[in-house]
Design a protein around this ligand. Sequence first.
Ligand code: ADP
Length: 266
Amino acid sequence: LSRRVQVREPDNDVARLAVNFNAMLDRLQGGFRDQQQFLDDAAHELRTPLTILRGNLETMDVHDPTDVDQVRSLAVDEVDRMDRLVNDLLLLARSRRPDFLRWEPVDVDDLAAEAFARIRVISEREWRLTDPVGGTVVADRQRLLQAIVQLAANAVKYSAPGDLIELGLQWETGDRDRVLVISLRDTGVGIEEHQLRRIFDRFQQVRESTRGEGLGLGLAIVRAIAVGHGGEVGVRSAFGVGSIFEIRIPAVAGSGSKAQDETSEE
Ligand code: ADP
């Protein structure tokens, strides 16, 4: 894979072909590197709860009921954590397959209402939903709901009771097509500028609490869902003020093939 065709004068068809060939090799190599990284990260993340489990089982005093109880409860927590991790990893792996999403016409106001009903019960906050906008998008309804719930759960996690969280759905006119913009705005802790680019990557957590409940996969999943729809996800944030996450998907996402290409580049 490391061989490249040398191109001296890129002004004829053969030379142009060679340039394309080299670019293809670059992409392939990048893809392999990415797969390798994915495996390394996954193995590493799975090993941590296993090591904790093992250490506790080894040192557990079987004659002390309190100790047994403690280790049992810790074991259940670690197994739950591994279960969530495996589910999230499977979803990310599946997001690269062509049958990842199930397309159907989705009524936007209906989607907004269902999403809002689901998220406002997550936790006590001042929840708001923007006005109905009408229209239909060709999308995977369940996956879009999943992405919205994930963003809302993050908004709750990184804000305090009494903070405002707003779910917004709006149409924008894109270059070729209408674009649905789904936004989650919170008045929580915000994100520092230099962290903004990294937070959508797998296993990227801003705070040092790597043993907290989060796995650092939530936003990677949101991105996979957005990209699968031929769209994207972005964020604007001010540290200490709050954040706005926006998923943009074209109205007829289901008919595009761009989605597949971009997912594999992830
Ligand atoms: P996790 O929440 O499990 O750490 P995510 O992929 O969901 O992983 O988020 C990655 C990081 O992005 C988080 O660790 C957090 O620092 C930051 N983040 C995500 N959503 C928000 C938000 N609404 N407000 C502030 N920070 C956020």
